[in-house]
Write a protein that binds this ligand. Structure first.
Ligand SMILES: C[S@@+](CC[C@H](N)C(=O)[O-])C[C@H]1O[C@@H](n2cnc3c(N)ncnc32)[C@H](O)[C@@H]1O
Length: 271
């Protein structure tokens, strides 16, 4: 049981994500689709499309003869994404755990950009993606590297492990389910994929201050950052985390450095 909730999202968090992800997840996603070599005429599935910035970019790559479908379980994010819909680009509420409605062998490319760590159980979605891909079809994943958490993630863990928060171990339940490169490779192989590459990339960004760092995490985690802590303790925990983060602030802001994995795999052509 992950404790991750899809019920904490709000119109404000969805709108903030649309604005704030443009410099982060969207840029990383563009690298992912470049590594996947998405071409004109291809059919692409974006799982966990969020507000649709990357899917919109991919629709430009596949052109009028291709098609992109973005799915996401958060209706508020799909609502924003749907404003970008056009002839070759559509969005619908959907879930990595409910892919069985989509036809087998119907996509050239499937990708999850900054989504894989939000899946507590990863084998079933990977098996479904394998089914959805045409023989030779490609899968792309970007996700945080488990063994390289950034400063904010480390401070959050530390603060929550102390009193009074430690009495609520489920407060960490909304924490992402990151993997190591080896774990990712084993998961992909186990689902029938041939791994083409798994790169570990530097993931550095600056946030102006503690407030901005936490706001970005809230929008990216659709409200799960501290969502499971009792309401009465939440603002106190945020203050504690902010105070510890601020101790690291320099004139450039707060440097958050972690590692990210970029994986490209394919379904063998003989399947
Ligand atoms: C950090 S956002 C990434 C959004 C988008 N891929 C991007 O590149 O900006 C994480 C997304 O994962 C989605 N997500 C969480 N659980 C999911 C699931 N079970 N199936 C599909 N998407 C999921 C969330 O709704 C959220 O939109």
């Amino acid at each position: 049981m992950s404790g991750l909730s899809l019920a904490f999202d709000t119109p404000q968090l969805a709108q903030q994500y649309e604005v704030r992800s443009a410099e982060r997840q969207f840029v990383n996603g563009q690298r992912l689709v470049a590594a996947l070599g998405v071409r004109a005429g291809e059919r692409v599935l974006d799982i966990g499309s969020g507000t649709g910035l990357l899917a919109e970019h991919v629709a430009g790559l596949v052109g009028p003869t291709g098609k992109v479908l973005g799915i996401d379980p958060l209706p508020l994010r799909i609502e924003i994404a749907q404003r970008k819909a056009k002839e070759n680009l559509s969005f619908q509420v959907g879930n990595a755990y409910a892919l069985d409605g989509l036809p087998s062998g119907s996509f050239d490319v499937v990708y999850l950009n900054a989504v894989f760590h939000w899946l507590p159980e990863k084998t079933e979605p990977l098996k479904q993606i394998h089914r959805l891909l045409k023989p030779g079809g490609r899968l792309g994943i970007t996700t945080g590297a488990k063994d390289q958490p950034n400063l904010l993630q480390r401070i959050k863990r530390e603060v929550l492990s102390r009193a009074p928060y430690a009495a609520y171990p489920e407060s960490l339940a909304g924490t992402p389910h990151w993997v190591t490169a080896d774990e990712l490779s084993a998961l992909l192989g186990g689902a029938g994929f041939t791994v083409q590459k798994i790169e570990t990339q530097q993931n550095v960004h600056h946030q102006p201050d503690g407030n901005a760092a936490i706001a970005f995490s809230q929008a990216s985690s659709f409200g799960n950052f501290l969502g499971h802590l009792p309401e009465s303790l939440r603002s106190q925990a945020i203050d504690d985390i902010k105070r510890e983060l601020e101790a690291f602030r320099t004139p450039e802001g707060i440097r958050l450095e972690g590692k990210r994995l970029l994986a490209v795999a394919h379904k063998p052509a003989s399947h």
